[in-house]
Design a protein around this ligand. Structure first.
Ligand code: ADP
Length: 497
């Protein structure tokens, strides 16, 4: 191993934790202890052991954070022009690049993801701040053609206080893709990271204040969904919610938002199809499948969790894919294996439950299908990279999001059947196709129901590309200029002259 993360990784590996982790909530421009004094543990998924404690916030902490955000909305933040807001975000981007190693190690330790993935996340997070830094002073309205006797125009105003409810799979990336556009638009923010992964959001809040953010503009309250998340989304002092998480919790959040008619963006689950047609570049497609389902141990809402494979190449393709998958090395995220642990014991049991039901139903298993015990894994939470063939379109393996390293295979005959299979779940987040025939690929892109379509590279794109789903995958868009508009309210002004 070599590089700036080395000393930090060595510290974790020898002591089981890291010194200097943030303590308390971040409210009003500083770290403050939780009002109840209660704390809870965060776990290293690679060892299955707690490595630090953090504040278990509740409604009182949420009240304090929302009050700070509301006050900040009317303070120096309001007076600051868009260009100055952009400069703060740009400074944050360069500070993130300077401190990427520490952020990445904490992210890997807290979530379990491989360090190289966490380092990639950090590059993406810095890009998000850079992108929205450049967008802050380009957010303009339209002039409206009403004839000679009127002047009409629209303006994009900040929506107000934006709440961010963050999941545990991409703790920093998800909070950043919400915070950066919210701040660029002139909003203030209260973020609630997942109770499994609280630390990098707190570190980001501190860094943004160092970059020049006025007090109270960004607040982070840690704690459980029930104790801290629920009072935040039901709070009358917030104007918008961005929620990323499960369909069940998203439904509860939508219900809570309805009480005060609070606007929201919901980014929920997926069961995204990765279509491989007979004329594909097979090496690229095998690599694509492996990345699509084993990156972050499959705990990605936009994972390619269904391989929709053309029968004409099925035998050869499955043979290559299975050989590669059986060779994947499992280990602690900070040791940079091919596959890290899953985030929690609960998640491990959920994954195992899905797979056991499929195996009991007689589905063909190509690889994995068991809890893994890597030599150096100790008591960590690992699952073998798994490939299972589905039994028809109604198979729970096809319909249910597993959120783990489990690939469902659906064999089809040709492009039309592939499209029908792709569209036959209640989710519609992303979809992908591998084919050298650009007409087939673009027809698939036209006809598939998805918020984003990848052609010949799963996860192609970056912060520039709007992201979000349809149907049970949610609604609204993050990232890109569409993501910026999610934090704005449009005002139309017409003058008679
Ligand atoms: P998971 O079940 O995998 O933990 P969730 O969708 O429940 O996924 O969690 C995503 C985020 O939503 C987390 O930050 C969690 O604390 C939060 N959360 C859970 N329940 C609620 C709720 N009722 N209201 C608001 N946030 C919640």
């Amino acid at each position: 191993m070599s590089g700036p993360a080395d000393a930090l990784v060595a510290e974790v590996m020898t002591t089981g934790t890291l010194t200097g982790l943030p303590q308390g909530h971040y409210i009003g421009g500083r770290f403050v202890p939780g009002l109840s004094g209660n704390t809870m543990e965060s776990f290293d998924p690679g060892r299955g052991r707690a490595f630090a404690r953090f504040a278990a916030g509740d409604a009182a902490d949420v009240d304090a954070a929302v009050a700070a955000a509301r006050t900040a909305l009317c303070g120096p933040w309001r007076q600051m022009g868009p260009a100055e807001r952009g400069r703060i975000l740009a400074r944050a981007a360069s500070l993130l690049r300077e401190r990427a190693a520490r952020f990445a190690v904490v992210e890997s330790l807290d979530s379990g993801k491989r360090l190289t993935e966490a380092e990639g996340d950090l590059r993406g997070v810095a890009r998000a701040f850079e992108y929205y830094a450049g967008a802050a002073d380009k957010l303009h309205g339209d002039s409206l053609p009403l004839g000679r006797n009127y002047v009409g125009f629209t303006t994009e105003e900040p929506i107000g206080v934006a709440a961010q409810i963050i999941p545990w799979n991409y703790p920093l990336s998800t909070v950043a893709r919400g915070i950066a556009p919210a701040l660029a638009a002139g909003c203030t923010v209260v973020a609630k990271p997942a109770e499994q992964t609280p630390f990098t959001a707190l570190m980001l809040a501190e860094l943004l204040h160092e970059a020049g953010l006025p007090d109270g503009v960004l607040n982070v309250v840690t704690g459980t969904g029930a104790q801290a998340g629920a009072p935040l989304v039901a709070h009358p002092g917030i104007d918008h919610i961005t929620f990323t998480g499960s369909v069940a919790t998203g439904t509860a959040v939508m219900r809570a938002a309805a009480q005060h008619v609070t606007r929201l963006v919901l980014e929920l689950g997926g069961k995204s199809p990765l279509v491989v047609l007979a004329d594909c570049d097979m090496d690229a497609a095998v690599n694509g499948v492996i990345e699509a389902i084993y990156e972050n141990a499959g705990q990605i809402c936009s994972a390619g969790s269904r391989l929709v494979l053309d029968r004409a190449i099925a035998v050869a393709f499955m043979s290559r894919l299975t050989t590669r998958v059986k060779g994947l090395r499992i280990g602690h995220g900070l040791t940079n294996p091919d596959l890290g642990p899953v985030n929690s014991l609960r998640q491990l049991e959920t994954i195992d439950g899905h797979v056991r039901r499929a195996v009991a139903a007689g589905n063909r298993v190509y690889a994995g299908a068991a809890i893994a015990k890597p030599e150096a894994g100790g008591s960590g939470w690992f699952y073998e990279p798994t490939i299972i063939e589905a039994r028809g379109a109604d198979d729970p393996l096809v319909q249910e999001e597993i959120f783990g390293p489990v690939l469902a295979v659906q064999i089809v005959d040709g492009a039309d059947e592939a499209l029908a299979a792709a569209n036959a779940t209640s989710y519609a987040l992303v979809a992908g196709i591998y084919s050298k025939n650009i007409t087939d690929a673009l027809r698939f892109a036209r006809d598939v129901d998805a918020g984003q379509v990848f052609i010949n590279e799963w996860f192609a794109g970056g912060i520039e590309v709007p992201f979000g789903g349809n149907r049970k995958s949610g609604f609204g868009r993050e990232k890109g200029m569409a993501g910026l508009r999610s934090y704005c309210k449009l005002k139309s002004v017409v003058a008679r002259i």
